[in-house]
Design a protein around this ligand. Structure first.
Ligand SMILES: NC(=O)c1ccc[n+]([C@@H]2O[C@H](COP(=O)([O-])OP(=O)(O)OC[C@H]3O[C@@H](n4cnc5c(N)ncnc54)[C@H](O)[C@@H]3O)[C@@H](O)[C@H]2O)c1
Length: 345
């Protein structure tokens, strides 16, 4: 049984902790938050008595096998980017595995630091893009893999929340349908200044046309202006989706519904309970980390280097929009994009 710990005891950490009701390979043994009231409240709620306000102390004393880093990429109320420093601290303590919330970075500077860390660390790092494990999404992926819609002709995917918030989910979904084929070229556009000083700094909207190494093209749209609505009169966070068109049919996964056309089954579709699908997904994302710890060959599907490639694609969309050029990927993204957004958007 693996020993697990959580850093960050605010809203999102609850989904990580609840997964342990069903996780079999590990036990949640310790939690940490520098805000004592949040720490105590969370500890009471999930009945975890081993509590720390100091991250380093928790890592030194508890030596967890799996650490969940459940924070925003920017420390709230400051402008401090914290993804790299927290991951580096875990790596220096030789934590065997980390699950870290998306997005893995917010801009070129922290992306590059984490990219360099990925080359030297022994820690197995997984990004919490759990949509990969939604049962209906896995079923639709299986249909595509079995050739039920013929060869993939095109992928179209979107989400109405700001790019940095939802592109990590959506770009991971696209990758998952094409066996993590790598993006090689992108042309993009950005619009709207967005919340550049928030906990997830981002332009308000981004669109891109992407070519992948396997020849498949995708059209992606993020933000409320161009990403289509899935349901009327619901908040922007409920509009993520991916549609895969094949030679003879299509599959379409949406936040709380799905549809499929195959020559064999005709048109089918139905509703989904996102909360229920998400709970199963969070459990299975966590179990897949233990499988990777048990067996080197069972690399986690949402591992760090794949997520860094997807974030490099998002940075490519940003920079294509800023520079009016087509970007070959992977690329070395220039520093200072937040200042460029401030000037141009
Ligand atoms: N995967 C999903 O479906 C999904 C859904 C919602 C949110 N998210 C992601 O979750 C993240 C936000 O989660 P949140 O709102 O719970 O986070 P948050 O940033 O509000 O809270 C993080 C907590 O960690 C603590 N903390 C940060 N650094 C610390 C340190 N060095 N030592 C001790 N404590 C420290 C803070 O005090 C805070 O209480 C975002 O990245 C968001 O994109 C993901």
């Amino acid at each position: 049984m693996y020993k697990c710990a959580i850093l960050g005891c605010r809203g999102r950490a609850r989904a990580h902790a609840r997964a342990y009701d069903n996780v079999k390979g590990g036990k949640l043994a310790a939690i940490c938050d520098m805000k004592e009231d949040l720490l105590e409240g969370f500890g009471e709620e999930f009945k975890i008595d081993t509590r720390y306000t100091d991250f380093d102390e928790m890592l030194s004393k508890e030596k967890p096998d799996l650490l969940h880093i459940v924070t925003a990429p920017v420390l709230r109320g400051t402008n401090e980017r914290i993804r790299y420093s927290l991951l580096n601290q875990a790596s220096e303590h030789n934590v065997p595995a980390v699950i870290i919330e998306k997005p893995i970075a917010v801009e070129s500077e922290d992306w590059r630091q984490i990219y360099e860390l990925s080359k030297r660390t022994k820690t197995k790092i997984v990004i919490n893009t759990q949509l990969n494990f939604h049962p209906k999404n896995l079923e639709l992926k299986q249909d595509v893999a079995e050739g039920k819609i013929g060869a993939i002709k095109f992928i179209e995917a979107s989400a109405r929340n700001p790019p940095v918030d939802q592109a990590p989910h959506v770009l991971q979904l696209v990758s998952s349908y094409i066996d993590n084929s790598q993006p090689v070229k992108v042309m993009g556009q950005i619009a709207g200044a967005g919340k550049l000083d928030g906990a997830q700094p981002s332009p308000a909207n981004a669109n891109g046309r992407v070519t992948y190494e396997n020849g498949v093209q995708a059209s992606v749209a993020f933000g409320p202006e161009m990403a289509p609505r899935v349901l009327p009169e619901t908040g922007s966070s409920r509009h993520k989706r991916v549609c895969v068109f094949g030679e003879t049919g299509f599959v379409h996964w949406r936040f709380d519904s799905w549809e499929r056309y195959t020559p064999e089954g005709g048109y089918e579709g139905g509703d989904l309970n996102y909360g229920a699908q998400n709970a199963v997904a969070q459990t299975n994302l966590t179990e897949a980390v233990f499988n990777w710890l048990d067996d080197e060959s069972k690399v986690h599907p949402t591992h760090l280097s794949q997520s860094l490639a997807e974030f490099n694609l998002l940075l490519g969309i940003y920079y294509s929009g800023l520079s009016h050029t087509v970007i070959d990927l992977p690329f070395d993204p220039p520093d200072g994009m937040m200042d460029m957004f401030r000037k141009q958007l």
